[in-house]
Design a protein around this ligand. Structure first.
Ligand code: SF4
Ligand code: SF4
Length: 115
């Protein structure tokens, strides 16, 4: 069986955060696509302030023409390289698998791994 011996083993997100650098807003399914996601409903119940922050940032970007994707997530803390509201992170973030192809690709594009 063939294998790829050169790929580094990625065991945790510690010190990375690369996948949070290109998403601009927490990717809740229901925010702008009208699809339901329990995490979004929970956020509305428990952290209305965070909901309003996301909506306000989205509106401001639309008005000013700032990008709606491809920039660091609103919830990303560049100092700690962590999500500021990890317990409330969307399903898409929970399902993004450490060490899978997308993870490796985004790490490589952000200079975290050489390949
Ligand atoms: S790119 Fe991979 S290792 Fe980095 S934070 Fe995202 S899931 Fe974790
Ligand atoms: S919500 Fe949190 S985990 Fe998801 S992309 Fe934004 S900063 Fe990263």
């Amino acid at each position: 069986m063939s294998r790829t011996p050169d790929l580094p083993v990625i065991e945790s997100c510690e010190g990375c955060g690369a996948c949070c650098l290109v998403i601009t807003h927490p990717p809740f399914y229901s925010v702008f696509q009208g699809l339901g996601e329990e995490g979004w409903e929970r956020l509305k119940r428990e952290r209305r302030d965070l909901v309003l922050e996301i909506v306000a940032d989205h509106r401001a970007r639309r008005l000013t023409g700032e990008p709606l994707s491809g920039t660091p997530c609103l919830w990303y803390d560049p100092e700690s390289r962590r999500c500021r509201h990890y317990d409330y992170r969307p399903l898409a973030c929970r399902e993004f698998e450490v060490g899978d192809e997308e993870c490796r690709d985004v790490r490589r594009r952000n200079g975290i791994d050489p390949h």
